[in-house]
Write a protein that binds this ligand. Sequence first.
Ligand SMILES: [Zn+2]
Length: 400
Amino acid sequence: MKLEALRIPPRLRGFAADDAQVFDVTLAGDRVQAIVPSASQAQAQARGTLLSALVEAHAHIDKNYTVEEVGAAQGNLFAAIERMEKHRAGWTGETLRPRMERALHEAWQSGTRALRTHIDWVQGDPPAALAVFEALRHEWRGRIELQFVSLTPLDLFADLAAGERIAREVKRAGGTLGAFVYRNEGLVHKLGRVFDLAQDHGLGLDFHVDEGLDADASGLRSIAQLMRAREFRHGVVCGHCCSLAMQDDAVANETLALCAGAGIHIVALPTTNLYLQGAWERTPVPRGITRIREAAARGLRVSLATDNVQDAFYPYGGYDLLETFGLGVQMAHLAPADEWLDAITVSPAKALGLAWDGRIAPGCPADLVLLAATGEHELIGPRGRQRTVIRSGRILEKTQ
Ligand SMILES: [Zn+2]
């Protein structure tokens, strides 16, 4: 298959382009065979924009599509947690499977090649969602590479036996250890216990951290300090980091420098943060997006991810990372947008430790998303977002 006259965003290029901006790409079997500059370099002649298939770094497929049953929480994160807790008591494999599968179908159709979901895990015993996840991970092999993170309230790790059981089961099932961290009492001590478990069992870590607008939330800084102090070698991902936006520039920049030094991956979640953070009794002013640009200035490339879909935390949305990207671009002033497309491709691929980092080059997998956008200003419009998904060298689906 030959794809002609395409833009490939600079951060997605794994080849030397010199001054060329428009390329012809030849696919052979399930690989990219060759990439050459097009005869005409006129941007006006470009037929579209080529991306590597998308990578979802943070989802909750055990909770999605439950909003009709639980109701939306209108800006109150802790009310949402409480509502989901009640609802969760009735979760079984039979009720979980249809909504988990629906999420994967949506993600697949929009061009997602890998997805990491958090799974609510609120006691020592594994949740019902784990067995469903393991079955789906097997069934979806070759289409979407699935990863999971145990999502546990940090306080539960004060119970040493419960923490040990969680870590063992996460290890057995090939997952990543996680926790919800927000201004907990004895935060550093409890985080230390999570690091102990990760080190003992050889596990990566993925936190929900500082998801609120209290400037004194310091989970991110503590995690970076622990990583350095322990020379922690496994990957650490930190989602949300909203409070970073509320801190003084000097404090926030110091934390980001620690994060960059430690090698933390930050994931921003625009939809859920916009919905939950900020006032509901008037127009909200602080909007709860982390400092994506300041992080990038330190070489720390942030991922953008979907987070909640149609549940108590966020009652709208779906699994199209281009939508999430568009919102992130507007919310955090990520311009030019072309320069930030690594936030849904290369950066999450690195954060998830995928075999392919998502840079397009001869020999890389022919897992690609061809967007109709012929220039960066079309990227977040409905026409430009129309796409052809190519998986293993074959056209999967053309959206309207
Ligand atoms: Zn989340």
